[in-house]
Design a protein around this ligand. Structure first.
Ligand SMILES: Nc1ncnc2c1ncn2[C@@H]1O[C@H](COP(=O)(O)OP(=O)(O)O)[C@@H](O)[C@H]1O
Ligand SMILES: [Mg+2]
Length: 273
């Protein structure tokens, strides 16, 4: 039956049209953020587009991590913290009253600076989110998701024979890819990465960068980095933050070669930060 075995051309024709390359998935509008009386983000508005790698750069303390965390409401639990503005995910405000935060965190996964595997086996780390989200549907399916996630994170070949080994016995770079596999297992649409390679050696860092470029085929990625070469190597667009303000945002290549603002130029040429 031709409809069971469509030719690639037919399969493409039958598939729903992909979102236009310029479609926004996340849009921050007039975001202000306060820790107690201390305002650390000032009127940030920017868009993150479907299927791009979007880099956030700027000196330490400029608000990169805080801004990243506003994109999936990871700041919600910080006492005394206050958010103002809105963040639209596919046009819907994630801060609207009644917004479903559990489903938001499923759709917008997070990878932290320090890999944080749980103190159990490699397999159970990847399975964790499936269980928490009620997605584990029988042993066979669970094992398939574990393998698929580890493959997507570029870790399968290194751990296929050690799935029952403690996650903490893996190298630092492997642990970070395990955390990526754990995030991928619940099939997010967007991955937020906060300096995912900053604790890793250059080889492990290279693996994470290659991985980000592969994952971009299927996911939208927002990555915080203080490594300018890294931002230049992997991102499509870059935003430069300074003291809680968005100074400039644009195509990465353009921002690094012909920045529009003096502050950006000073930063990328190493004059401060
Ligand atoms: N949990 C917190 N409580 C109070 N202040 C914080 C907290 N997290 C960050 N800050 C402050 O907010 C500002 C921005 O921090 P952060 O977003 O971590 O910047 P970056 O990631 O660019 O280094 C800094 O002044 C920092 O000290
Ligand atoms: Mg940070």
């Amino acid at each position: 039956m031709s409809d069971l075995h469509p030719t690639p051309a037919l399969a493409r024709a039958a598939a729903p049209a992909p979102p236009a390359a310029s479609a926004n998935v996340l849009e921050a509008r007039h975001v202000n953020f306060f820790y107690g009386a201390n305002q650390v983000l000032f009127d940030i508005s920017l868009e993150i587009r479907h299927g791009e790698i979007f880099a956030l750069i700027g000196p330490s303390g400029c608000g990169k991590s805080t801004f990243l965390r506003t994109l999936n409401r990871m700041n919600d639990t910080i006492p005394e913290a206050r958010f103002e503005g809105s963040v639209l995910l596919d046009g819907e405000d994630i801060y609207a009253p009644g917004a479903d935060v559990i489903s938001l965190r499923r759709r917008v996964g997070m990878i932290f600076q320090r890999s944080n595997p749980f103190p159990f086996s490699v397999r159970d780390n990847v399975a964790f989110g499936l269980r928490v989200n009620g997605l584990a549907r029988g042993h066979g399916e669970r094992e398939a998701v574990i393998e698929r996630s580890l493959r997507a994170a570029g870790l399968w070949d290194e751990v296929r024979d050690r799935l029952d080994a403690p996650a903490l016995s893996l190298s630092g770079g492997q642990q970070q890819r395990l955390c990526i596999a754990r995030a991928l297992a619940i099939e997010p649409e967007i991955l937020l990465m906060d300096e995912p390679a900053s604790a890793l050696d250059p080889i492990a860092t290279g693996r994470i960068e290659e991985l980000a470029l592969e994952l971009k085929q299927r996911y939208t990625i927002v990555i915080v980095t203080h490594n300018l070469q890294q931002a230049a190597r992997i991102s499509d667009r870059t935003a430069f933050f300074l003291s809680g303000r968005l100074i400039e945002v644009g195509r990465t290549q353009q921002l690094f070669t012909t920045p529009a603002r003096k502050e950006t130029e000073d930063y990328i040429t190493g004059r401060f930060g």
